[in-house]
Design a protein around this ligand. Structure first.
Ligand code: HPA
Length: 268
């Protein structure tokens, strides 16, 4: 591909070839503190990158290193619920792939559907349920659009993440993430439906990017920070402010675990 954003990045960071792309969701902003010698580029300077539209989401691309790993960290993503379109992350992911990224690490905040995954715990995503049945690949042509979603969350990367988290002494659960379109939270009846469908957590992001990543051939690792129990499963009142305050409480630990995972990720 040859986009204006890619040219801008090549001009600002000549010779920098990130291998791991990271998308930071609510509660994960602390990861940028682990990027060494960062070059920070506002999305506003990168044509086609999303304008930051949701409180708690930054709007900068950070290029640098975490441990040994050359990374491109997107602090902030585009959500389907912002415009109705689900392909808002298509161009950024194409650009990062063209720069050399081969892995996409995704993060998000999510509601828990299980009593044994309480608020502030971490869950690595092993699979997802695309509940809205929307795809960012609509409009693509050719056979490549029929992407297999088996092992969409790379089993090897998942195993590495679990091993690294255990070294840190922290518990990392594994489970199925259900994409709810939002922006409203679920009803208690919807949460009961999701439990019956086999989901372990629910959130409003991540799935479109995973589909795009698999289309591009990027391997995916995804982590959820549990900020609340799903609607009706506890007495908490759900709001974005609640999500952000819970996310802030867990942010430092979550980011430290993730930095350790990324810094030591074996890519081959
Ligand atoms: N539902 C959907 N998205 C979320 C939730 C939730 O309970 N918590 C954080 N993001």
């Amino acid at each position: 591909m040859n986009s204006t954003a890619l040219q801008t990045l090549r001009a600002r960071a000549p010779d920098f070839a990130p291998r791991v792309a990271v998308v930071l969701g609510s509660g994960w902003g602390g990861l940028t503190g682990h990027v060494q010698d960062p070059i920070r580029i506002p999305y506003a300077d990168l044509q086609g990158f999303p304008a930051a539209g949701v409180a708690g989401h930054g709007g900068e691309l950070w290029l640098g290193h975490i441990g040994e790993q050359a990374v491109a960290v997107m602090s902030g993503r585009k959500h389907g619920y912002e415009t109705g379109a689900v392909d808002g992350m298509k161009l950024p992911l194409q650009v990062l792939h063209s720069m050399g990224c081969r892995v996409l690490v995704q993060t998000n905040a999510a509601g828990s559907l299980r009593a044994d995954f309480p608020p502030l715990s971490l869950m690595a995503i092993s699979d997802h349920i695309n509940l809205p049945q929307r795809s960012p690949l609509v409009g693509e042509s050719g056979s490549d659009r029929f992407v297999s979603m088996v092992d969409a969350y790379d089993p090897q990367l998942l195993a590495q993440a679990l091993a690294r988290a255990a070294e840190q002494g922290g518990q990392l659960h594994t489970g199925v993430y259900a994409w709810a379109f939002g922006p409203q939270f679920e009803t208690p009846a919807e949460i009961q439906m999701l439990v019956r469908l086999g989901a372990d957590a629910v959130g409003m992001s991540t799935v479109p990017e995973t589909i795009l990543a698999r289309y591009l051939g990027l391997r995916v690792l995804a982590l959820s920070l549990i900020t609340n129990m799903g609607a009706g499963l506890s007495q908490e009142h759900l709001s974005h402010a609640h999500t952000l305050s819970q996310a802030a409480a867990a942010s430092q630990n979550a980011s430290a675990v993730l930095a350790h995972i990324i810094g030591t990720l074996a890519l081959d």
